[in-house]
Write a protein that binds this ligand. Structure first.
Ligand code: IPD
Ligand code: CA
Ligand code: CA
Length: 258
């Protein structure tokens, strides 16, 4: 089986674990400050790992709930359930996100929108797809018309004042801002052209790895401060990217020294 078909099989299997539990109010554990996990996150993660390892037993997997296992030039990066807070509250804006790095380069990304069962995927150099149809980023070429998604720094509340300065710049210059609560799905929506751009800080590699590949292959631009998977990310269509980056980067020094 190809890397892509294994990634799709794993995401689909995780979706089948999660979907029956959608729109329920669920019990959960607090694994860190404002950081939650349900038994469904754990079951979905086990499912994904077993699908990957049954085809590629010697590959490395970095996954949110169980950390890193193995040591290989093939590294899978997995968020079994992105949007756990939404999920706990029965709000079905959640996703499964799976990426593969080969020799340190992002090679493929798969994101499943669990509620709609829409499946997004891309492989480097092969274009981006949703349910088999080619997708591309939006053509909105003025920030004043753009709808931008973001995420609040709810785990780093010390960052709030700086974030609010950036938010203010963006908010005053765009048409709409959305904070929906699942970064991987936000990125898939940028790739598909629903959102014109996205910015968030202090994300984890598993929140963004698949989305980066899919956006790039859909003709968008992604930029991270520091390492590509550092979690400080700005993404947009190529027409507004530079302007969005300049707004967020008015505070670049403060950001880099944070
Ligand atoms: C979270 C979601 C959220 C983002 C957080 C992430 P999780 O992922 O993507 O939108 O703001 O920073 O950690 O914990 O639900 O997998
Ligand atoms: Ca996540
Ligand atoms: Ca998660």
């Amino acid at each position: 089986m190809s890397f892509l078909s294994v990634a799709i099989k794993a995401a689909t299997a995780a979706g089948e674990v999660i979907r029956p539990e959608l729109r329920k109010i669920l019990s959960y554990e607090e694994k860190g400050e404002n950081d939650f996990v349900t038994e469904v996150d754990l079951r979905a993660e086990e499912k994904i790992k077993s699908v990957i390892l049954s085809s590629f037993p010697d590959h490395e997997i970095l996954s949110e709930e169980s950390g890193a296992t193995g040591d290989s030039k093939y590294r899978w990066i997995v968020d079994p359930l992105d949007g756990t807070k939404n999920f706990i509250h029965g709000f079905p804006y959640i996703a499964v996100s799976i990426a593969l790095q080969i020799g340190g380069n992002l090679h493929l990304g798969v994101i499943l929108d669990v509620a709609s069962n829409n499946l997004y995927w891309a492989e480097a150099g092969q274009g981006a797809f949703k349910n088999g149809e080619r997708i591309s980023v939006s053509k909105t070429n003025r920030l004043s018309r753009a709808m931008i998604a973001t995420g609040f720094p709810f785990r780093k509340k010390k960052f709030l004042d700086l974030y609010l300065k950036m938010f203010r710049e963006v908010f005053l210059n765009v048409s709409a801002v959305r904070r929906v609560g699942a970064a991987a799905l936000d990125l898939a929506y940028v790739a598909e052209g629903i959102f014109d751009g996205f910015f968030e800080f202090f994300l984890a590699p598993w929140d963004i790895a698949a989305g980066i590949v899919i956006i790039r292959e859909a003709g968008g631009i992604t930029f991270s401060i520091g390492d590509e998977l550092s979690g400080n990310i700005i993404a947009a269509n190529p027409y507004i990217f530079e302007n969005l980056k300049n707004l967020v980067f008015k505070f670049r020094d403060e950001l880099e020294n944070f």
